[in-house]
Design a protein around this ligand. Sequence first.
Ligand code: PNW
Length: 619
Amino acid sequence: MLTLSHSTLAIDFPMPYRGLYPSSYVPGGKFPDDFIWGLGTAAYQIEGAWDEDGRGPSIWDTFSGAGSYEPNEGHEVKSDSGAVTCDHYHRMEEDVRLMASLGLKNYRFSISWPRLLPTGTLAGGINQKGVAFYHRLIDALRAHGITPFVTLFHWDLPQALQTPALRGWLDRRIVPHFRVFAELCFEQYGDKVRYWTTFNEAWTFTVLGYGTGSKAPGRPYIDISTFPYIAGHHVLLAHAEAVEAFRANSKVRANGGQIGITNNCDWNEPASSSAADIAAAERANEWWLAWFADPIWLGSYPASMVARLGSRLPTFTATEAAKLRGSADFFGLNHYGSQFARENRNNLSNYWSDAESASFHTADMPRAASVWLYGVPWGLRKLLNWVDRRYHHVPIYVTENGWSTKGSESWAEGVVDDGRVLYYANYTGEVQRAIAEDGVNVRGYFAWSLMDNFEWERGFSERFGLVYTDFVTQARHPKASARWFSATMAANAVADPCPFLSASGGYAAAMGCAAKAGTPACGEGDVALAVAMQQEVQGAVAPLQVQIMALDAVLSQVAYMLTTLLVLVALGALGALLAAALVYCRRPKIDPRYMGAPTSSTSVLQPGKCDDRFDSDDM
Ligand code: PNW
């Protein structure tokens, strides 16, 4: 049993903290007995069936170009939309069986608002087939012993609520519409679902959806100076309304329902120990996370934002602030990577410069396939500590954490995901330390994502899944990371990554796996490369030497591929020969003994058999 005492565990990290990756690593850290492990998805990213069974269009259908819609200019991978994606709508039962086979006990997913309310409102009618779909999903999960964690809004706003007449989250009139949708969900599923979150990542869909336009709705609804703050304000008001409805609902009350909100944040680490940089990093964290969390847990926007933004930041009435304060039972936190922050004074009026903080990454931060994602495990521990202190030891669920690889990977390549295994081993290790050593109240951890899916404006060009999705055949292939995660969930402790790493990837050696019994042996070249990668991080080896070793590894990779090709060609030739021989042998033959007139008891044409031309019947 872990004994945690918050008051005695006020650990301050050195500032700045220069962590290495992987820094030190001790697998095996135990989690509290009631710790919740899970995997997550979002409706638009996996369901497909965008225009089936009465579903209405969402802003992501129009943004990504489903059906005959023209993709928005902010949508990067124009060929990819969410029209089909993982086809989960038709493969739901099979996917739930897959989850059960991984030993999953908790599953986070979202409900598609336009599948329930095709025009977003009750006036447009309730789509009963959509309602039934989530009943079937929830029932299937429960039948497999999997607890559902439901998100009401994961970005797929009904298109009918994003028009020139009602401009989505920019229009205050959306608040009651969201409340009605939330009430419908509580009424339908409240007796079966205990854990709810109102919104997923208000930061992302307000800043990127209404600020830069790289997410829906994008153009023409963007203005980086004011729109994120206006949209964010309405999201907060809608959250408070939904929570009020939740707490008034007898079904969810009888079921012991809990509700929260999921916000996201990278960790911003001060670039130096100067007071200016420390303050700039603090502002960067406030502009990202406290923006949405302070009103809920502390009752007002952060003072730094109020001071800087003036009239660009809407204000809450006393009644609204009171309704918001305390409107969450837990703190949902999505976190992927970290960066350094330094002071950057300016007079601009732009979300990105408003915090007067400039961010940068260093060479020791490994990069994922997503341009914004730099793996820095210690950043999560620091962020958890920051949330714990600012929000008075609030119960935290890490609702997303994950690592992306390239969409072009074949399934054979994709399932060997050393980088992801190590990302998770390191990040869950930091969560474990935040709980056991720092006393942070972390209740659960959901890895993102169950399977590769539609990665928003990046389409299928990035894979975040623990299970590989073949988007042509719709086959699902669990990756090494899924096996590692199963082991971790089962042990309720960070599983040793060694048995899950490929022998040839280089990481196994860097992690010291080769030295352990029963782990994959690493080739010598791989060991050298892995060690060089480690030393490069520590500045001990000139980068050129590392490049040469990397080149060496690439060359051996090419040699390996060529050898494989040769073997395949040889096998092909052998196969062709065998086939020819078979055809030759099976050709119709005339037995030499019957070259004369056939008799009634024998047949002229014998079915050919290579080594058995005359069997006993013929003698
Ligand atoms: C989250 N950023 O999005 C979402 O909740 C998921 O739906 C998504 O698939 C996942 O993370 C991976 O992208 C984010 O730029 C998108 O910092 C962008 C950022 C953060 C989160």
